[in-house]
Design a protein around this ligand. Sequence first.
Ligand code: APR
Length: 169
Amino acid sequence: MSARLEIHDGDITTLAFDAIVNAANERLAAGGGVCGAIHRAAGPELAEACRTAGPCPTGEARITLGFRLQARHVIHAVGPVWQGGDQGEDALLGAAYENALTLAARHGLKSIAFPAISTGIYGFPLARATRIAVSTARAWCEANPSFERVVFCVFGAEAAAAYRKAMGR
Ligand code: APR
């Protein structure tokens, strides 16, 4: 049986999973959005760890501890900046999800929560991004059946509805 894909509406910084994913930038610098919230909740040790773990090219992922977070680890995944859709954005977003999942599995982790990478400051259209997130995670889970839980953590009803639609629910 492959991992359960779930939707959670709320603040990702409060979730106690093996890892939460940060929608990061290539420098792994503390930014705004979910990245800023994760850095605030984790404490200054996270920025220090990011200085060692980075940089991280778009489409790739890096891992650090979670410090003061409930989650034991943070996986920093860098999604693409939306440039209209013909600059490889779909493939780069899929790669960010796949590389984050593969990194989690390589560290023996079994549960992970993702924000909607690239759909805020980076401007990726929400419906298109959620379809990529769900199809990438679903295919990866089928190929990695010992992984237990993949949670899409969203902010608000519109994003939750987009994920439900992408999951065919
Ligand atoms: N919990 C869950 N989701 C959140 C939270 C939170 N606490 N805060 C914001 N979000 C949602 C946003 O609503 C958006 O749908 O996360 C999604 C991703 O938005 P951004 O954080 O803006 O990420 P992204 O578009 O990938 O831009 C990345 O922003 O903060 C900087 O350092 C980051 O430069 C990078 C860029």
